[in-house]
Design a protein around this ligand. Structure first.
Ligand code: GLN
Length: 237
């Protein structure tokens, strides 16, 4: 399982989300606290953020197939990268998956940034033609983009029914909406005065972190946070 983090709110520096917190993604790259599968996340990292200096906002990505803890260039520049919408991840590659930048989250369709914690049988995924990599997460991202993010909950429930061994924690954002699923792994939310964090695990010991129950979809917009249970489609087994 990899670890991911999303932010929707006021403009903040990427560093304050990813590198500075005592148990943030930098520390999670070598010492995650809640990871159930895999000991560390040394197979790459990615940070995506929406750049609102361009009309409408565009997603920009910085990804690497090397461990986050050793990246001095990112460490230097991250304090100067500011955004109101961020999707970041550190990766522990599933056995058999390529370790390369194109297999590293976040993935994008030009509108959304998307990360996946987990594993899925690629044979059950439809609509993978545009996937960036043969990595299961890249193929899952391509399927979700093709079906549309409005259908995220239904898509996850359907894929979960087709592959009962899958773990499908997905995090996606488009600059004004942030969506996440809890399906087989941990997910937590922190409602701050200046915005909302969704993360695989809390980046500090603030008592305001709440755990999202398994098999749930969370949606964050400027209007607030909604949480919906996800059920497997009836008659799917
Ligand atoms: N299966 C994905 C990969 O190989 C994600 C792995 C994970 O969540 N650890 O990259």
């Amino acid at each position: 399982m990899c670890r991911h983090l999303g932010w929707l709110g006021a403009d903040v520096s990427v560093s304050t989300l990813v590198l500075d917190p005592p148990f943030g993604l930098r520390v999670q790259s070598y010492a995650p606290r809640r990871q159930k599968h895999g000991l560390m996340n040394a197979d790459g990292w990615g940070v995506g953020f929406f750049d609102r200096s361009v009309a409408g906002g565009v997603p920009r990505r910085w990804r690497s197939a090397a461990p986050l803890w050793g990246d001095a260039s990112f460490d230097s520049v991250a304090p100067a990268l500011r955004s109101g919408c961020v999707v970041a991840a550190v990766r522990s590659a599933t056995v058999g998956m390529p370790i390369e930048v194109s297999a590293t989250a976040p993935f994008t369709d030009g509108q959304w940034l998307l990360s996946h914690n987990g594993v899925v049988d690629r044979g059950v995924l439809p609509l993978t033609a545009t996937a960036e990599s043969v990595c299961d997460s890249a193929m899952l991202a391509a399927t979700i983009f093709a079906l549309g993010l409005d259908a995220l909950g239904a898509t996850i429930a359907q894929i979960g029914a087709l592959d009962p061994h899958s773990r499908l924690n997905v995090l996606a954002a488009n600059g004004s909406r942030m969506l996440a699923t809890a399906w087989g792994d941990t997910l937590s939310i922190l409602r701050r005065d200046d915005g909302v964090v969704l993360a695989s695990e809390p980046y500090d010991d603030d008592s305001d972190w709440e755990d999202i129950p398994d098999h749930h979809l969370v949606e964050v917009t400027a209007q607030g946070v909604t949480m919906t249970p996800l059920d497997e489609p009836k008659g799917s087994r």
